[in-house]
Design a protein around this ligand. Structure first.
Ligand code: FMN
Length: 321
């Protein structure tokens, strides 16, 4: 069992603003995953919803990596009410032979990236969209593909949200804190990953370059009719956010295997009034992530903190390793 490879897979997960809000404590026979709440984004994510989604994504990578290394991961979510930062306990279960689909997902982990560039004007086939929906379902979430009307509504909400957030001084300060032109920095969104500016403002992606206009950014024309999907869960608790994160990462890795590029568009979900407009309480569907998917250039890699900064090995007796 290559534990270091499994931990590297876990930290390759996406996280809100690349905040990497995780800590791993090695235990005999497994790994405990903790939330690092000092990395919570107080302005866009006061409840920690996106923090837990990020943790869920790391958990899915950890589970897949353990499985592809031949052990069944046995996972308990939020196992200890007295320890709210302990989000999951993962133990190495019996030996298993991972099937090719699992291996393909695990192999895709280092290749998955957020792409903020224009996508090609090529439709995503219905059977591929069905595969993405099945991936979400496997983790207890649902993925709805927006029809024409739904897309217009989502784009309208995202545009309003981006404008409203830009007027919030706290939002701008937080964006400055979590973006950087420093190539030595190990977290936050690096300048190279901001992507071009949408010259026609058709696609309201989050503008990470808003407070860093040190050099003029290239303009580009983005696709007018993006494929948008909404990932939802049946509840809105930390446990459901962890499910959403695992489902998100399974969807993103499935998309990567399919040669698709992806971009989360989270701004409308960060404003409670707008999120409420997207919430269907009749069918208990709480929107957790909006994703743009399509064929297009892969994203630019974003840095990760070194394993030594996020892994605590003191819980592991030397003899057991
Ligand atoms: C819960 C969540 C919300 C995110 N929201 C956005 C977003 O609104 N806009 C965006 O461009 N990227 C968003 N991302 C992507 C992160 O910025 C990205 O994962 C991080 O910068 C690391 O880069 P990578 O995905 O290329 O590894 C989100 C990621 C997560 C997990």
């Amino acid at each position: 069992m290559d534990l270091e490879a499994c931990l590297r897979a876990a930290v390759a997960a996406p996280s809100i603003h690349n905040s990497q809000p995780w800590r791993f404590v090695l235990r005999p026979g497994g790994v405990d995953l903790y939330a690092d709440r000092t990395r919570k984004l107080g302005v866009v994510d006061p409840r920690g919803r996106e923090l837990f989604i990020s943790l869920g994504a790391a958990l899915l990578n950890l589970r897949l990596a353990i499985l592809s290394h031949g052990r069944m991961p046995v996972t308990r979510l939020l196992p200890d009410p007295g320890e709210p930062d302990l989000v999951a306990a993962v133990r190495f279960g019996p030996p298993v032979d991972a099937d090719p689909a699992v291996r393909a997902l695990a192999d895709a982990i280092p290749h998955r990236r957020t792409s903020r560039r224009p996508f090609d004007r090529v439709l995503v086939p219905a059977e591929v969209l069905a595969e993405l929906s099945a991936a979400a379902r496997l983790e207890g979430a649902t993925l709805a593909v927006a029809d024409d009307l739904g897309r217009d509504q989502l784009l309208g909400l995202a545009r309003s949200a981006e404008r409203m957030l830009r007027r919030h001084p706290g939002y701008l300060a937080e964006l400055t804190e979590w973006t950087s032109a420093d190539p030595g920095r190990a977290d936050g969104v690096p300048q190279a990953a901001f992507g071009p500016w949408d010259a026609l403002e058709t696609l309201p992606l989050r503008d990470f370059g808003l407070t860093r206009r040190t050099e003029p950014r290239r303009g580009a024309h983005f696709e007018a009719h993006p494929t948008l999907v909404v990932l939802s869960t049946a509840g809105d608790t930390p446990q459901q956010w962890l499910r959403a994160g695992q489902a998100l990462e399974r969807v993103l890795l499935t998309a990567t295997v399919q040669g698709l590029a992806t971009t989360p568009l989270s701004q409308p979900l960060e404003l409670p009034r707008l999120r409420l407009l997207m919430t269907d309480r009749d069918v208990s569907a709480y929107p957790q992530v909006v994703l743009r998917i399509g064929y297009g250039p892969a994203g630019v890699p974003s840095p990760r903190r070194p394993l030594d900064d996020v892994v605590d090995r003191t819980g592991l007796p030397a003899a057991t390793e």
